[in-house]
Design a protein around this ligand. Structure first.
Ligand SMILES: [Zn+2]
Length: 73
């Protein structure tokens, strides 16, 4: 939050971000919440609660849009 914004071609995801992917999960859900940040992003399916890990590149390829975090700017 207090971190300076670093110029990057990759979207700087934050824990708690909600994102929508193009491809449906096995359960039919499209909405995910970022629960872990690292070399890979940990995503929690908002529909069935399952967790997956995706590389940032995969997320960038599959994302439809980023949903603002409730309470965020
Ligand atoms: Zn699911």
């Amino acid at each position: 939050m207090a971190d300076p914004v670093r110029p990057t071609v990759l979207t700087p995801y934050l824990v708690g971000d909600r994102i929508k992917l193009k491809k449906k999960h096995a359960c039919g859900g499209l909405d995910w919440e970022v629960y872990r940040i690292g070399a890979d992003l940990g995503l929690l399916c908002q529909t069935c609660g399952r967790r997956i890990m995706l590389s940032r590149r995969e997320v960038a390829r599959r994302i439809r849009r980023r949903v603002k975090t409730p309470g965020g700017e």
